[in-house]
Design a binder for this molecule. Structure first.
Ligand SMILES: [Mn+2]
Length: 393
């Protein structure tokens, strides 16, 4: 995902920060909280109190967790008597629009001048569900050159600590939304979480866990949801809003993927799908239509590594999903300069679709021997028990 080194004008470059720059979040030992030694805020509450023009940013192609976390934080700030703006690099999918009840979100692709004005006034920037400014692509230069307080809240690997005054990073949680909930409790005022904040948080949690099929084995997550339900969250409504609200074009693209663009490589426990620029045009692609399609590969028996390639604007976007110890973050990084999480990562390729797929296939045998094969053996010989010992939990 990150192709070039980042430089910033107003923050020191990422380096080795002293241990004293880090602490943990109360109640969340896996959450690292970083306070820049030369940073300009004392605490999260202090930064919010002092800010006059808050901007909340989500990553490129904002997904359920990006939209959910930015909208939840926005509603929280409103409930605290603060205003803010929400900015995305480009448009989010139609089935996430219900979260934007105040119609506050603007995207850089369609409103660059408005966002330049918003950024000029900004004195506190929130970066949610990504940890490097480059993840906002076209918007990144504007964020990098802006001299203001920057706060990151995210769950992806390898944050660019040096770009932020304050950063909350927990790679063990399901989603940025789950982390944001913990931060509300540990650092802010949880009584300002209302039904809409709850719905947005739940949207991020349910999409980032594939409707509770991965990254969701910890009991704290269910206590979180129980608490949100007690604050008015309607889980059935949120699920319907997200998953029963897809465009017709998405269903036709999915049909094309499964029927004509699925390649299964049983000898490598791998399956991949792709959509060419022509496929996207033929089925009238709209923003968000391909979100989550990569997961269908993993639903095939014997497949533990799934990839999905989409070609748009002469660029290939790739998504990887895996099970167990198959580290697709490393695969994406080593082969395509991408990254993400151990079991979910992405990347980009500037070459043709044919060349990208050929490169992917040529990288498979080595990745199989080194990573897939031992991981699959471990998964197959591992316990099939679907319960864990409560004493050990
Ligand atoms: Mn996320």
């Amino acid at each position: 995902m990150e192709k070039k080194a980042e430089t910033t004008t107003c923050h020191s470059k990422n380096g080795n920060f002293p241990e004293s720059a880090f602490r943990t979040l109360p109640g969340s030992p896996d959450c690292k909280v970083f306070k820049h030694p030369q940073g300009r805020c004392q605490s999260l509450q202090d930064a919010i109190d002092k800010a006059s023009n808050i901007v909340i940013v989500g990553h490129n192609n904002p997904d359920g967790d990006a939209v959910g976390s930015t909208q939840a934080l926005y509603q929280y700030l409103l409930n605290s008597g603060k205003d803010a703006k929400i900015v995305y690099p480009n448009h989010f999918a139609k089935n996430l629009a219900w979260m934007d009840i105040h119609q506050i979100a603007i995207n850089y692709k369609e409103h660059p001048d408005e966002i330049k004005t918003v950024m000029q006034a900004c004195d506190l920037l929130f970066v949610l569900d990504f940890n490097r400014l480059s993840r906002t692509e076209s918007l990144a230069p504007l964020l990098m050159e802006k001299d203001c307080t920057r706060i990151m809240i995210d769950h992806h690997l390898e944050p660019d600590w040096g770009s932020f005054d304050l950063a909350f990073s927990d790679t063990s949680v399901s989603s940025t939304c789950e982390l944001l909930y913990r931060i509300f409790y540990a650092e802010l005022c949880p009584d300002r979480i209302d039904a809409h904040v709850g719905a947005c948080l739940y949207a991020g949690i349910s999409t980032d866990t594939g409707s509770f099929s991965y990254s969701c084995g910890h009991k704290e997550l269910f206590s979180t949801i129980a608490d949100l339900v007690s604050k008015g969250l309607d889980t059935v409504k949120v699920h319907q809003n997200i998953f029963d609200n897809f465009t017709e074009s998405r269903m036709r693209l999915l049909g094309c993927c499964l029927g004509e663009r699925l390649i299964v490589k049983p000898e490598y426990n791998t399956a991949y799908m792709y959509l060419s620029e022509e496929d996207m045009q033929k089925y009238n692609y709209q923003a968000g239509d391909t979100e989550g399609i990569v997961n269908y590969g993993l639903s095939i028996d014997g497949v533990y590594f799934a990839a999905f390639f989409t070609q748009r604007n002469n660029r290939i976007r790739m998504s990887y999903r895996s099970q167990g110890d198959i580290d697709v973050n490393i695969f994406a990084k080593e082969n395509f300069g991408g990254g993400g999480h151990k079991n979910a990562a992405g990347g980009f390729s500037q070459t043709s679709l044919e060349e990208t797929l050929a490169k992917f296939e040529s990288a498979l045998p080595a990745f199989y021997e080194k990573t897939i094969k031992p991981a699959v053996e471990k998964l197959k010989t591992g316990s099939k028990l679907y319960y864990s010992n409560p004493q050990e939990d």
